[in-house]
Design a protein. Structure first.
Length: 262
């Protein structure tokens, strides 16, 4: 009976949906995390009686047909790149983006990855790095014994050098945009890689046209809405249970049918 296979695809789809929701909830407090959703499409249909087919020699056509669907399939887990709320931390090297753009990070192999997580630190050489010790781009080194570190909304980094009373700009944090930021590949550690789907990276400066601004002493929180996620979880659980009941009902029907022909 086809209903068994059809309901099985429904159970598999809802299992994946629950996995996605669970990951969203697990990352509720992850800095810069962007929530995902599961997207589905119906499978190919068996056209037992095709709509629009000729139904008589006089040329009449069928106004409706008989189409039996094969179930559901997962087509993607798109990521919502909406803005998360900003949370003040007071740390000089914590920076958040409001609007478009990603921070550019240089990896040990020389390639670049991108993040919305502005939890930056200073390494043993005074360079600004991310939590994994990878360089924030362009590379900025904070002079020894300097004070008064500031990052303005354009991303300019300034300090007060020893024996001076005025601020000196020592570097510029850039931002990177993508034509399709939902096409970025998540690789863990709050990092993304560019892909053919995302389009090539477009480097620029904060507050320039099309780029967001930078806020010092704050971090962007995840954009996960826990109430929506719990609602989605309940809906997915109910759909899973209903598909399971379809399998049970189809199995009982098969047993009844088999008994009639013994």
């Amino acid at each position: 009976m086809q209903a068994l296979n059809t309901a099985a695809t429904g159970m598999a789809a809802q299992e994946l949906s629950v996995n996605v929701i669970a990951n969203n909830i697990a990352n509720l407090q992850t800095t810069g995390y962007k929530k995902q959703t599961a997207a589905f499409q119906d499978l190919i249909y068996e056209h037992i009686r095709r709509v629009g087919a000729q139904s008589s020699d006089q040329g009449t056509i069928l106004p409706i047909g008989i189409d039996v669907g094969g179930g559901v399939k997962t087509v993607g887990t798109p990521r919502a790149m909406t803005q998360g709320t900003l949370s003040q931390t007071g740390n000089d090297l914590d920076v958040a983006i409001t609007g478009e753009g990603f921070f550019k990070i240089q990896m040990p192999d020389g390639t670049f990855q991108y993040t919305r997580d502005g939890t930056f630190q200073m390494d043993n050489l005074g360079r600004i790095v991310n939590a994994q010790g990878n360089l924030v781009q362009p590379a900025i080194t904070i002079p020894q014994n300097s004070s008064g570190l500031t990052v303005n909304s354009q991303g300019q980094v300034s300090v007060t050098l020893p024996n001076t009373t005025t601020s000196t700009i020592i570097g510029q944090i850039s931002l990177t945009r993508f034509i399709n930021k939902a096409g970025l590949l998540p690789v863990g550690n709050n990092l993304f890689q560019d892909t053919p789907s995302s389009g090539p990276p477009q480097d620029g400066l904060a507050n320039a046209e099309g780029y967001g601004s930078i806020t010092q002493g704050s971090l962007e929180q995840s954009n996960v809405d826990v109430v929506s996620e719990m609602s989605n979880m309940i809906a997915a659980q109910r759909a899973y249970e209903m598909n399971a009941k379809v399998i049970s009902a189809a199995d009982q029907m098969l047993q009844t049918t088999s008994g009639l022909f013994r």
